[in-house]
Design a protein around this ligand. Structure first.
Ligand code: GLY
Length: 432
């Protein structure tokens, strides 16, 4: 079986690791990820967001299955390029992935099909309308409609307080994109719930909680994600009915996409907020979360290749997951995210990591003269997996010590102290 993977981050590293266990793996990358290169029979470097370049790179290669992973490649229509060349594809088409790259479409799809969890929202094109909406809503989330690597959303309280500040940001987005999405601010605890979908049905993965803010105690600017944890079948601050509600929202969304003639085959990522008024949808993504992919795929039992084939063939075969706990901590360059140290050498002690029981996933690093160098983005994901969350956190923390050089990480992710804060926050919101 010849399987080709598109992408080169830590998320793609773990996808590659799982796929390579059951196939002959090939990779298309924009920059060489040394770990993915090692797992692949052959790899090619090209602009993976350029359909023409990808089409030339894969012509005549006779792949059996393709998976295009990063959001921007999905928007660029890379899954469609494989489909056009007769390859079975396990990632969504450009049209289906619109659920991620056009937040206005995502909200209107939810409204058209009466999908639960839809917050109050408006897409506006005029500054006067934006001003009216921010005045009426009070606390808001202001969102660009397109892809921003998780960094474009600003919310009342965290990023602005006054009407002028809100209107100013909305105006800047209207100037840039022609329109902006303004929503009521959701208050609660966020979680990620991801599903494999064959276009009609879904198979769930364990829920995860990501940490977007750069600094400990959930402060500082937003990032692509500093780390995440999972605790088996559910998260400690959620009820089983919360997960059932989130699952039914994902299922309803898959049905809606099918009804509209754009069936969604691939990974549907739900970013949810558990609020006192029930589960709300923050956003959908058309791919695995990063870092969440490392949490869930490390728990996957059986073959990811088989799951992808069943998904691509429209007959999903739900995979099993072990119910251990996982913690992922991202090592990022000094100064990240605002002024990250680029092109700095980092050292990896593989034996130390192995003895600590931790796994290291290569994100945005490159090789030069046999040395590993930072690029300015997140450098490595360090994964701890164990029977309990306390043990998983300790393994991840120990693992981080075996990477040397100018990198740092959030020590609080997965700790009892931070998780207790989530539990008591949710409890007091539910009681209010
Ligand atoms: N962890 C957030 C994302 O992948 O979008």
């Amino acid at each position: 079986m010849k399987v080709v993977l598109v992408g080169n981050g830590a998320r793609e590293h773990i996808i590659a690791e799982k796929l390579a266990q059951g196939c002959e793996l090939y990779a298309l990358m924009s920059k060489k990820n040394p770990a993915i290169a090692q797992l692949s029979r052959e790899f090619w470097l090209c602009d993976i967001e350029n359909p023409g370049e990808v089409a030339s790179a894969i012509r005549g290669k006779d792949f059996d299955l393709a998976f295009s992973s990063p959001d921007a490649t999905l928007e660029a229509g890379i899954s469609d390029v494989f489909e056009e060349q007769g390859v079975l594809v396990a990632s969504p088409s450009r049209e289906a992935s619109r659920i991620e790259w056009d937040k206005g479409f995502m909200r209107s799809l939810m409204a058209r099909h009466r999908i639960k969890g839809l917050p109050r929202h408006e897409v506006v094109e005029r500054v006067e309308d934006a001003l009216m909406v921010v005045r009426e809503y009070g606390s808001v989330a202001i969102k660009p409609l397109g892809l921003t690597g998780g960094k474009g959303v600003k919310v009342s309280g965290d990023h602005f307080d006054t009407v002028d500040e809100k209107a100013g940001y909305a105006q800047a987005l209207i100037k840039k994109d022609g329109k902006v999405l303004i929503e009521e601010k959701l208050v609660g605890e966020e979680f990620t719930f991801q599903a494999f979908s064959d276009g009609s049905r879904i198979a769930m993965m364990p829920p995860v909680q990501d940490h977007k803010r750069a600094y400990e105690g959930d402060s500082g600017p937003n990032t692509g994600g500093m780390g995440s944890y999972s605790t088996g079948r559910n998260l400690p601050f959620l009820n089983d009915s919360d997960l059932e509600d989130a699952k039914s929202i994902l299922r309803g969304t898959i049905h809606a996409m099918k009804k509209e003639g754009t069936p969604f085959k691939g990974i549907l990522y739900g970013q949810f907020m558990a609020t006192p008024d029930g589960i709300k949808v923050v956003e959908f993504n058309a791919r695995f979360g990063d870092p969440e992919a490392m949490n869930v795929l490390s728990l996957l039992q059986g073959s990811l290749v088989d799951t992808f084939i069943s998904m691509a063939e429209g007959q999903i075969n739900p995979p099993a997951f072990s119910d251990e706990s996982t913690v992922v901590k991202y090592l990022v360059p000094e100064g990240y995210p605002e002024s990250p140290k680029k092109d700095a050498e980092v050292g990896v002690d593989s034996l130390g990591l192995e003895n600590a029981g931790a796994r290291l996933y290569y994100a945005s690093v490159y090789e030069q003269n046999g040395k590993i160098m930072t690029t300015g983005s997140r450098a490595f994901g360090v994964l701890g997996k164990a029977a309990t969350i306390e043990e998983a956190e300790a393994v991840a923390e120990k693992g981080c010590a075996f990477v040397s050089g100018p990198v740092w990480h959030r020590r609080d992710i997965g700790t009892g102290e931070l998780i207790d804060k989530r539990i008591s926050n949710m409890k007091s919101l539910r009681e209010s």
